[in-house]
Design a binder for this molecule. Sequence first.
Ligand code: SF4
Ligand code: F3S
Ligand code: FES
Length: 234
Amino acid sequence: MQVDLRILRFDPERDERPHWESYSVEADPKLDRVLDLLHRVKWEQDGTLTFRRSCAHGVCGSDAMLINGRNRLACKLRVEQLGTRRITVAPLPGLPVVKDLVVDMDGFFDKLRSVQPFLINEGPPPERERLQSPADRAVYDDTTKCILCAACTTSCPSFWAQPSYVGPAAIVAAHRFIFDTRDQGGDERLEILADKDGVWRCRTIFNCTDACPRGIRITQAILEVSAAIVERGV
Ligand code: SF4
Ligand code: F3S
Ligand code: FES
């Protein structure tokens, strides 16, 4: 079938502001994903169209974009799932646009780094690995699945209203280590997240949870971090 694909275009060297452009693209709704349609436009109609993608299989997190009003991975969304032949694609909201569908992720990654998303343990290294029970591992299993696509943070109205909010993706990354029994940096991270731009900016709106392509229970993770701040008296 023919799909009417509308893409929000912006070339900083040519345009004063973003504008919509329409493309008619042949698609097999059962097989083609939105990423396939973007490829078809780029390869067959306009080679200047710019977007990020790498793995094309939902693993690298590089092709999150706003598709028919919701943040999704273009490589994980088949045309059939949208239930319409009119498709709009725009860059992730709330981040500066570099060109077309490419946004500047520097601020997003700065926030991620601010919560120290790595194992902190000053103890002597063990002979072999640091052991952990399956039950202790299960506590943070969900938040290990993040692929850093930014779909959550950029769908959050609290982040749109206050861009200094650390955002759900950084809290997910912190959660993964705060509840890891082998880690010793939990209180330090909780202090960072107890700041005015930390977890208290979350208003439990749930857009983040809806947007996550990995199905992570993000709002639940944020509430667990908030509870730990209170329980540990940070
Ligand atoms: Fe993407 Fe989900 Fe990670 Fe947020 S938590 S960055 S939506 S994978
Ligand atoms: Fe935003 Fe998610 Fe909280 S959408 S307000 S971070 S529940
Ligand atoms: Fe890697 Fe879509 S291209 S997640």
